[in-house]
Ligand binder design. Sequence first.
Ligand code: ADP
Length: 414
Amino acid sequence: MSVESSTISILVINAGSSSVKVALFCFEQLGLAATALLDWHGRDDRASLTLSLPGQKPDTHTIEAPDYRSGVAKSLSLLQGAWNDTHPAKLTIRAVGHRLIHGGEQIREPVRIDAAMKQHIASFARLAPLHIPPGLEAISASETALPAALQVGVFDTAFFAHIPPAAFVYPVPYEWYKQWGIRRFGYHGISHAYCGARVAELMGRDADELRLVICHLGQGASVAAVRGNVAVNSSMGFTPLEGLMMGTRSGTIDPGILLHVQREHGLSVDELDNILHYRSGLLGLSGITSDFRQVERAAADGHRQAQLALDVYAHRVREQIGAFAVTLGGLDALVFTGGIGENSSWLRRQVCQGLECLGAYLDDQKNEVASPDVDIATNDSRVRLLVIRTREELMIARQVRRVVASESSNMTET
Ligand code: ADP
């Protein structure tokens, strides 16, 4: 972590399904100055809060946090307190950037958050129930804690604003799109955009000339196809339930199954919603956990369902890469990111099997010891295989700084 002389900062809040990541960046250089990680670990009203400040060991507390709003409020207050205790100059937070998962068709850029924008975001809550309510609670906590700061929303869907109609329209009656707005949106866009820019840096190439398939494999998981720095497709769809198998989400399944289990087995819409979001994926198949690392351990101990869960997971990632490589007309680099993509050498090895037909050759040794950001392809592989640590918070801070700069220049002009 680096600290610059200025204490003017940008705060980033990334509210996820069971944790909130907070990062403080110095305004000028965007050096990471402090972080707070709030994690409920599946419990209801108490969470662990880990504060990391420069030159100090991470400090973990348990805090009472019955909801996201109070958890974020306490995290911000403890983070500011810890900063002020160790720094002579007071911290001034100029702007807060919020990761927001859904902005709909109209929002293609980061926006200033006001009451109308909050209502707009709330209108998508049903589509992403794991993320939108926590995101709105985080906004409310930060508005109260930091009334003078500009609140900016950075949207995951924005990166996919330019995917073509052939990729975003579903083959259902066209009125579903025109009247109900049912279309593919794509998610994890902040992470995919960061990785796309990072690939260009690592390869020393212009992003405009690269064809990329980016696999973001975390608790949620998606693949993006990117050509010339513009996303052309996403495995996630109208909701973040489509596409790959995930920790607790099913990903794509035959829609006929949904009709069948309702008709023949009496499952209600709410039961199905719960099962597909919270009881499927790695958890549903392994029968033990949604945590990839633990599923790997169980499989290594001979748990057959755990092995099956891993095999299905890898199969689906490989299948999606193949489809997107064809969509792009070839591949310059394949990226692995997210907790699983960055850390599981087993998964990367499985996924890369068969990719030789695309000109992608994995170096097994490099893969085993990979520490991101790193290239794990053989030297003569035509396609680079890159493991990149995603930095969504940095990407958000970059965009927020641009919004602050443009608001300042507007104020100067008027
Ligand atoms: P989130 O989407 O919540 O940000 P992450 O990107 O942190 O999630 O990814 C979490 C997933 O990464 C979990 O399934 C976890 O088991 C997996 N993971 C983390 N470290 C490892 C590891 N060393 N080996 C395999 N899987 C790992």
